[in-house]
Structure formats: structure tokens, C-alpha cells
Write a protein that binds this ligand. Structure first.
Ligand SMILES: Cc1ncc(COP(=O)(O)O)c(C=O)c1O
Length: 405
């Protein structure tokens, strides 16, 4: 079959593949524990459901403007004022089918073939593939000091004549690291001085722990003109547990938003009006679900970290936010794909291999599920990996016998 060059180079999303695998194993009756997931298990806020239901009940479900309905833009403007201390106009806002589409159309609007976009490693699995979809190249910047916290020097080292943009995702998927205010201030300044686009992927910015407060990149910007190359992306998926609603947005200069709207207008048009109205409900409604999710995740993180610390061979950094923990399992197995498959085969625990995020030897473990899934999942992993484990493990009434070294 003759496929385009781009189609031949773009890989399937490993995290979406893993969700399918979990579903298939569950259907077979396997007692799977999915520690690879990327969505909170709480319910969507009632205000979102009511708003969507009211629209559905009207029976008049129509196209929307390609850049989103005015009510959602208004809600995003209010959100930007509250969390970013920045007043923007409707022309600075585009609503998209998830933060994913907002990032994708932003990249399509700024990248030429062969140009480069830098992002700290470990990185979200989609960034390199999104760059490829533009015929461009993703350039990971692994912090030199071996931590999850990049410095400006780590980024600067990768800047060349083809560099067009930097993507910063803090707190970070997969490490959970929230970068310091100093780093955010430096990267905003650096990109302004080097005339680079800076995409802030803030999708987890309210899901942070230990009394941290969300950081606004605008607090450090100097250029508020229509030439500003700062693009802020956010959405409802994670903070409101509304992953299936597929609504995200970008805030940027008017010309760029116009270009992104033109692209989106031919790609998908505006997102579904039902889902945009649900997003308006979530953004303007009672906010207690966000805090309650945040507290649950902080508690889950503490449980997972304590359990992981009991492994002799695991090195773990406490996540500052998100619902992921990125732990170093290389002392058990260097190849993270093999290790992840081994854990599925032996104890039916799903994890995401670190190689997918640009760091071999690590596994991404999610703590967005129940405490029972976290404790049982980690217990099973420990049994499979620790050579001093007892010979048998019970999963319900199923007896597993250790037949490997
Ligand atoms: C870092 C990061 N950015 C963006 C997204 C996409 O979010 P959305 O569901 O709004 O498309 C995800 C989802 O996993 C993510 O982890």
C-alpha cells in the first residue's frame, strides 16, 4: 500500500494502545490493573452535565464558529484573568477538540518542514509525533544533571538555526515535576530574546501538591504586543475529569489565532456545541470538584510513593503534580518495553514504558485510579520483580506461582 511519508513515520499513541490492551484483557476476564491510564476516575461536574443536557434537549445541535462559541471564549477569558492575571480579547482565544488539537493546530500554524521544536525530556508522547505531522522535528532536551528539572542551558544547548519553538509542560507528564518560577521566568525571557515561539502546555496546572500555586507565564512576559510568541494551552480534560468531552483551548496573539482558526476550520470546524457548552458549565460552575480531585490525587501520590520506596531496586522522585509517577526500574530490567510486557504477562499490571517518553529504564505509573488499584498493582509488581518474594501470590482466588528466577 502506498502511504504518505508522514503516515509512514508517525507512530500509534502508546498510551491509547495500552487502553485498548487493558480493555481486551478485561473482556477476556483477566484481573487487569491499569496503572498506565491518563484520566481521573471522578465524575464530570454537575454544571457541565446540566449545560450539555439542556442543549441536547433543545434538539437544535448546530455547527459552531471554527474558533468556538462566544460563551466558551468568554469563560476562557475569565479563566485567563483568574489564573494568569491577564486580560485578553475573544480574538486571542481559540477553542479546540482538546488541548491536543490546540497544540496541533498551533504547531501547524508555526512550523515549516524541517524546522525544530524543543521540549524537555521526559516528554509527553505526542510532541514528537505532532512535530512529524508538520514535517518538522521534535528535539528532546534531557536535563544534564539527571533530574526532571531542566535549566535554560539544557534548552539553549539544543537551539540552532532551525529552532522555531519550545514546548513547556509543567507539571510534566510523565514525571510530575513542576518547574520552578525561576525556570518559567527564564524560559519566557529566553524565548522572547531569541524570537522563539513558546507553547505552555498547562493542562495539569491546577493539579499540584504540597501547597504549590499555579504559575502564570504572563507574570514574566515583557512583550504583550501583537508580535508576542507566547501560546498558552489548557483544557477541561484533566482538572474537571472531562477527558471524553474533548475541549481545550489556546490563548495567543490575534494573527496566530486567526491562522489556527483557518487551519481548524478546514480540519474539523469548531468542536461540538454540546461539549463546548459542557465546558462553559464546568468553567463557570462550582469549582469544588477540582479541589476534591486535587486532594485525592495528592493522597494517592503519597500512597504510591511510600509503596515504591519499599522496593530495593526502584529510584523514585516525588511528583509535584499531575497523576503520574516516573520511576527508575532499570536495576530490574534496562529495556522498559520488555519490563512493561513482563509485568502484563506475569501479574496483569499495565504500565507505560519510559522509552515512549524519551527515557529508557523508567516506567510511568498513574495514581489516578483507586487506592486499591494502586496498592494491589504495586504489590503485584513487587512480587514479580523482587527475587526475595514468596513463591505464590493470590489474585482473588487465582493462585500465581513464581516459575521464574
Ligand atoms: C501533557 C499533555 N498535554 C495535552 C494533553 C491532551 O489533553 P486533551 O485531553 O485536552 O486533548 C495531555 C493528555 O494526556 C497531556 O498529558
Amino acid at each position: 500500500m502506498s502511504l504518505s511519508q508522514i503516515a509512514r513515520t508517525v507512530c500509534a499513541s502508546p498510551t491509547l494502545k495500552l487502553n485498548e490492551k487493558a480493555a481486551i484483557l478485561r473482556e477476556k476476564g483477566d484481573p487487569v490493573i491499569h496503572l498506565g491510564g491518563g484520566e481521573p476516575k471522578s465524575r464530570a461536574p454537575m454544571d457541565a452535565i446540566i449545560a450539555a443536557a439542556a442543549n441536547l434537549n433543545s434538539g437544535e445541535i448546530r455547527y459552531t464558529p471554527a474558533d468556538g462559541i462566544p460563551a466558551l471564549k468568554k469563560a476562557v477569558i475569565r479563566y485567563t484573568e483568574e489564573f494568569y492575571h491577564r486580560k485578553v480579547s475573544p480574538l486571542n482565544v481559540i477553542a479546540s477538540g482538546g488541548a491536543k488539537q490546540a497544540i496541533m493546530v498551533a504547531l501547524q500554524a508555526i512550523l515549516n518542514p524541517q524546522e525544530e521544536v524543543i521540549f524537555p525530556a521526559p516528554y509527553w508522547v505526542s510532541y514528537p509525533e505532532m512535530a512529524k505531522l508538520c514535517g518538522a522535528l521534535g528535539v528532546p532536551a534531557l536535563p544534564e544533571d539527571g533530574s526532571f528539572y531542566p535549566t535554560i542551558q539544557d534548552i539553549e544547548l539544543r537551539v540552532g538555526s532551525y529552532t522555531k519553538a519550545v514546548i513547556i509542560n509543567s507539571p510534566n507528564n510523565p514525571s510530575g515535576a513542576m518547574y520552578s518560577e525561576e525556570f518559567i521566568a527564564d524560559i519566557v525571557d529566553f524565548c522572547e530574546k531569541r524570537d522563539l515561539y513558546l507553547i505552555m502546555d498547562d493542562i495539569y496546572h491546577r493539579l499540584i501538591f504540597d501547597n504549590r500555586k499555579p504559575i502564570s507565564c504572563y507574570d514574566y512576559a515583557k512583550d504583550f504586543s501583537e508580535n508576542s510568541k507566547l501560546i498558552v494551552v489548557n483544557g477541561i480534560s484533566k482538572q474537571y475529569a472531562m477527558t471524553g468531552f474533548r475541549i481545550g483551548w489556546a490563548v495567543a496573539n490575534k494573527k496566530l489565532i486567526e491562522a489556527m482558526t483557518n487551519i481548524q476550520g478546514h480540519q474539523t470546524s469548531g468542536p461540538s456545541v454540546v461539549l463546548q457548552l459542557a465546558a462553559v458549565g464546568a468553567l463557570n460552575g462550582i469549582q469544588s470538584s477540582v479541589e476534591s480531585l486535587r486532594c485525592t490525587l495528592e493522597n494517592n501520590r503519597n500512597v504510591m510513593i511510600d509503596l515504591l520506596k519499599s522496593f530495593e531496586g526502584v529510584k523514585v522522585t516525588k511528583p509535584d503534580g499531575t497523576f503520574y509517577c516516573f520511576a527508575d526500574f532499570s536495576s530490574y530490567m534496562k529495556d522498559s518495553n520488555k519490563l512493561s510486557n513482563y509485568l502484563i504477562d506475569k501479574v496483569q499490571v499495565l504500565t507505560v514504558p519510559g522509552a515512549e517518553f524519551g527515557l529508557e529504564g523508567f516506567l510511568r505509573l498513574s495514581y489516578c485510579g483507586s487506592i486499591k488499584d494502586i496498592t494491589d498493582g504495586i504489590e503485584r509488581m513487587k512480587w514479580a520483580l523482587d527475587p526475595n518474594s514468596p513463591n505464590e501470590l493470590y489474585i482473588g482466588d487465582r493462585k500465581l506461582v513464581r516459575d521464574w528466577a
